[in-house]
Design a protein around this ligand. Structure first.
Ligand code: GDP
Length: 329
């Protein structure tokens, strides 16, 4: 529930799609709309059949408007007749674009064609879904995560994830377009005035990595004299879903809480890890981090509510920057 005494608090939440939006569904029940700004990765974006598909923005919008499917992405009860027809007509149709989902992509493409930047398109679409929270794409500029695989060479991250089901071995990861891209002015301003930054249990390499790689973002986080807290997307050192363990190995890191923390080392003050990883708490504390050990698996809305509530209390408690120690929720 929103707290009356935290009315001036400004929380910036950095997120990707499925994991990050699960946590977000709990967070939005704890803070009022004007206290929260959601910054979303757009390096998963890709053009399909002339439509600009933005998987993480879509997942966040579907989650917050209550229409997300049980799988955590796409629209509940969607059908795939259009995609089936496209496939019958001889086109590759590996990316799961549902019929209802297509409405989002068609409208986004229409607004982009009218010359609106992605941030304005996102604002309009979120409003139409009845979402009161501020959702900001990390950038208006194109950035794409590409994966170099042993078996297929360089492939777009969505191709790796959806077409190849994350099976190929990962040799390298690149954010194409990142040097030329700029974080939007809105994102930079929100980070400047944040009283708390929460990094969701999103993939640190493919979801949070591109946001942090945008010019100006890391220096702002480093200079921010306010708590920055991350929730680990690993449980027992393994991702709940997706290829994060493989991706960590490809950049020379052993998958685990320490690897997650190391990606955020420059600015992180606290980390939330799962009970299954409690043995990492001491090493994390030795690295100067405050640690909250909690149940981080979000199977239900109640799980997300509890985790978001515990994370918020933990993060708020760090504002005074006490000495390093670990806590258990
Ligand atoms: P994507 O952009 O759709 O890949 O979504 P994210 O990057 O936001 O989320 C992917 C990450 O979410 C994966 O690394 C998962 O391990 C993590 N994840 C998914 N569900 C949960 C959960 O219930 N708890 C935790 N701790 N992590 C989760």
């Amino acid at each position: 529930m929103p707290r009356a005494d935290s009315a001036s608090e400004r929380i910036v939440y950095l997120t990707g799609g499925v994991g990050g939006s699960r946590f977000l569904s709990g967070l939005v029940r704890r803070v009022s709309p004007n206290q929260l700004c959601i910054v979303v990765n757009t390096a998963d974006d890709r053009d399909f059949f002339g439509l600009h598909v933005s998987p993480d923005l879509d997942t966040v919008v579907y989650r917050l408007s209550g229409v997300v499917s049980g799988e955590g992405w796409g629209v509940q009860g969607d059908t795939f007749f259009c995609l089936e027809q496209i496939s019958k007509l001889g086109e590759e149709a590996w990316f799961r674009l549902g019929d209802k989902d297509l409405a989002m992509h068609i409208l986004r493409a229409k607004l982009l064609r009218q010359g609106l930047p992605l941030r304005s398109v996102t604002e309009r679409l979120a409003k139409r879904f009845g979402i009161p929270w501020r959702i900001l794409p990390m950038s208006d500029d194109p950035v794409e995560t590409w994966i170099r695989t042993k078996e297929h060479g360089w492939v777009h991250f969505q191709e790796y994830l959806v077409k190849y089901l994350s099976v190929p071995s990962v040799l390298d990861v690149r954010y194409r377009g990142i040097r030329a891209a700029r974080a939007t002015q809105e994102v930079l301003e929100e980070l400047e005035r944040a009283s708390l930054v929460i990094i969701g249990p999103s993939n640190p390499i493919t979801s949070i990595g591109p946001i942090l790689a945008l010019r100006g973002v890391k220096p702002l986080l480093r200079a921010l004299n306010k708590p920055v807290v991350a929730v680990s997307p690993l449980i027992g050192g393994r991702p709940v879903k997706g290829p994060l363990d493989k991706l960590f190995l490809s950049v020379g890191l052993e998958p685990g809480s320490l690897a997650v923390a190391s990606r955020y080392r420059a600015f992180l003050r606290g980390i939330v890890i799962d009970q299954a990883d409690r043995s990492d708490a001491e090493a994390l504390a030795k690295n100067g981090l405050q640690v909250l050990v909690a149940d981080t698996l979000m199977r239900t809305q109640e799980d997300a509510d509890l985790l978001a509530g515990a994370t918020l209390s933990f993060a708020r408690g760090l504002s005074a920057l006490p000495n390093c120690s670990s806590k258990t929720a």
